[in-house]
Ligand binder design. Structure first.
Ligand code: HEC
Length: 151
């Protein structure tokens, strides 16, 4: 390798290392399981927004691969926009938070009309810890209708 090329590559490596963008690359987001040491107070919906985009090996998909979160249109599963103002299709008396938690942990307990059982992986009790689940439920509650879509 020519000396110039070596120097050029070295300079590129240094520049890349110093670039402010570095910190925002997805690979630098710590995995959920390593951030559980602090005592928790309030659920953090913003954190869950990262979780739903994470590939989950046990499920073979990310949540967001099956669910649009900015639309009511279905992919493999129903679009989730508006779910934060919704109601259980099985039991209107069930609290929404409770229903969303159940949808996540026991997907076949109450099926969304038009979708079959067994499609949403029933693996999340093994995948997420309590904090993750609280954050995910809190995040789903933020998915309220936008401009009348999702009502
Ligand atoms: C392999 C595709 C798939 C993955 C991955 C998946 N889901 Fe689902 N989900 C479905 C399907 C299909 C349904 C509808 C059938 C049912 O109710 O189980 C559903 C239903 C739901 C519902 C109920 C929606 C309603 O309108 O009542 C919620 C909430 C939900 N999923 C959230 C999630 C979250 C959060 C994740 C990630 C932790 C996730 N899902 C991962 C396919 C998936």
């Amino acid at each position: 390798m020519s000396r110039h090329l070596t120097i050029a590559l070295f300079a590129v490596a240094i520049l890349a290392g110093c670039a402010p963008e570095e910190r925002r690359t997805p690979t630098s987001i710590p995995p959920a399981s390593t951030t559980t040491t602090t005592e928790r107070t309030q659920p953090d919906p913003a954190r869950a927004e990262e979780l739903v985009r994470e590939f989950v090996p046990q499920a073979r998909y990310a949540c967001a691969t099956c669910h649009r979160i900015d639309s009511t249109q279905a992919l493999l599963g129903p679009g989730l926009l508006g779910i934060g103002a919704g109601v259980s299709p099985c039991d209107p008396q069930q609290g929404l938070e409770d229903y969303l938690r159940e949808s996540l942990l026991e997907p076949d307990a109450c099926l969304t009309p038009g979708f079959s059982a067994g499609l949403m992986p029933a693996v999340y009790t093994e995948v997420w810890n309590e904090r993750d689940i609280d954050d995910l439920v809190a995040w789903m509650l933020t998915l309220r209708p936008v401009n009348g879509v999702g009502q």
